[in-house]
Design a binder for this molecule. Structure first.
Ligand code: F6P
Length: 500
């Protein structure tokens, strides 16, 4: 173990209440205000010594150098021989990559203008088909920002379960539906099957030229054209943009269409502001880096296997699902960049839900259970509804009370009624939920994920772990009979009969 990691371990586990007493400036030091968001890490066990030790770990892992390498378009995704240029999609990258992204964005805007001008006939519904990074980002952003203002009815279909498509098209009129097929590779089984079924639905619904109603978003334009999409309606993006980092690229097309171009641009500007903060703010005042230190502290020093994220804002209800892919697909790895074992716990299992619902379901375990779970509260000062302000006051009161209760605990002679306390939480408080702050919040999570990867020495930009299951499914599909275990063989026989 490096001397810096040994110093992190030595920095200890003083209780939160003691840390607040011993470090009177703790709140100020561990609170960062950036882009209309307050990041409060003070109710975590990151001590002054611990922070100093983590700064040395970051130096030892060359965080500054690797961050610069990413922003300048170097090959940071070494296993796939690619750069990771999602930041260039919001103007923060090498001049060539930013220029290339700008050209592609202009094409996207022109297509949106044409759709708005009814060049493709009337459009009222957007049926967006994609999965993983080709669905989660657009779904989350449109759900968060489009509640009052979406200009089209949008449905995002990802699951191969036909029930998902059926539910999505239930209220849609085929004659006014635009079919958006989003797939970086344009080969993903679920997306291709859903797309074919959606085309059949258009056709059965009387649309004479269903292929004329398709827009494709992809890094593999040839495949989209081969599929039958007219090349003028293929919006490409660079293969240096990873799927789970792609909502800023043409994958964000339904966002721009549903919320308007200005909102999409403001979303990207908000992300760019967070990129600049991540790139230039000093380590001790850098929100994504501090968050990564907290993540490493709980995973590597306290042995926490999970992290819970609770959105105290109904509009952010899809945040936990979005973060599950971002963090677990990026950093759910066991080897370093050079293939050697990572040697310590990598990504935590991310889970969560919305407050206050979660308080009446899972918070029992958080307060009194045997697991130590670092909790993240995400809330917004301005409400997003037209109900009485009392709703929002209660929502925020509950959010703050939970963080305070987790930390303070409460002693009792009755062990059943005793709360151990000293349970950590981070609070992320948005002034308001608008495209700029949401963009900044998303970039914060992306860069925090990257910072975690650097501290661990792993590549956050590949995802080979998802391939084996896909391979097995396609060999079953192809009628090949790989040497399955007895349990799997029995399941196949039960579902498909002797033939398999
Ligand atoms: O299976 C994982 C994955 O490759 C994700 O990384 C990606 O976001 C998703 O599948 C969808 O892939 P595509 O955009 O190529 O259809």
């Amino acid at each position: 173990m490096s001397e810096a990691w040994a110093a992190v371990e030595r920095s200890g586990t003083a209780p939160l209440a003691e840390l607040f007493q011993a470090e009177p400036d703790r709140l100020d030091r561990l609170t960062v205000e950036e882009s209309g968001i307050r990041f409060d890490f003070s109710k975590t066990h990151l001590s002054t010594d611990g922070l100093a030790a983590f700064v040395r770990v970051a130096e030892g892992m060359d965080l500054a150098g690797r961050r610069e390498a990413m922003f300048t378009g170097a090959i940071v995704n070494t296993t796939e021989g690619r750069a990771a240029e999602h930041s260039a999609e919001r103007g923060q990258g090498s001049p060539e990559s930013v220029a290339r992204a700008n050209v592609l964005h202009s094409r996207m805007r022109a297509l949106i203008d044409a759709i708005e001008a009814e060049a493709f006939g009337p459009v009222r519904h957007i049926l967006h088909i994609g999965i993983g990074g080709s669905a989660l980002g657009p779904d989350f952003v449109i759900d968060a920002l489009g509640r009052d203002s979406a200009r089209y009815d949008c449905a995002v279909v990802s699951n191969v379960d036909g029930a998902a498509l059926e539910e999505a098209i239930a209220g849609f009129d085929p004659h006014s539906t635009l079919l958006v097929i989003a797939s970086k590779t344009f080969t993903t089984l679920e997306t291709m099957l859903n797309a074919r079924s959606a085309i059949a639905w258009l056709s059965e619904g009387g649309v004479a030229d269903p292929y004329g109603r398709i827009v494709a978003l992809t890094a593999n334009p040839e495949k989209a054209v081969e599929f039958g999409v007219d090349e003028t309606r293929v919006l490409p993006f660079s293969d240096t943009v990873g799927g789970r980092y792609s909502l800023w690229s043409s994958i964000g097309f339904p966002i721009a269409l549903a919320l308007g171009w200005e909102a999409f641009e403001t979303l990207r500007e908000g992300a760019a502001a967070m990129d600049r903060h991540f790139r230039y703010a000093p380590t001790e005042r850098n929100a994504p880096v501090l968050a990564a230190f907290v993540d490493r502290y709980y995973a590597n020093i306290r042995g926490c296997q999970t992290r819970a994220v609770f959105a105290y804002d109904e509009r952010l209800r899809l945040l936990p699902a979005y973060l599950q892919q971002l963090e677990m697909e990026s950093n759910g790895k066991s080897v370093r960049l050079d293939g050697s074992p990572v040697g310590r716990a990598a990504a935590a299992v991310v889970w969560g839900g919305v407050g206050t619902d979660a308080q009446h379901a899972v918070f029992q375990l958080l307060h009194q259970g045997t697991h130590l779970v670092p909790v993240e509260f995400v809330a917004t000062l301005e409400s997003g509804h037209h109900q009485s302000e009392e709703h929002h006051r209660q929502l925020l009161i509950n959010c703050f009370a939970q963080g305070a209760a987790l930390m303070a605990g409460k002693a009792s002679d009755d062990p059943h009624r005793s709360y151990p306390g000293d349970r950590p939480s981070t609070t992320i408080l948005l002034d308001r939920l608008d495209p700029a702050t949401l963009g900044a919040l998303l970039a914060f999570y992306e860069q925090r994920t990257f910072a975690n990867a650097v501290l661990l020495g792993i590549n956050p930009f590949d995802q080979f772990g998802v391939e084996l299951g896909k391979e097995m499914a396609s060999s079953i599909d192809a009628g090949e009979a790989p040497d399955f275990d007895p349990s799997t063989r029995a399941l196949m026989e039960r579902a498909f009969g002797e033939e398999g």
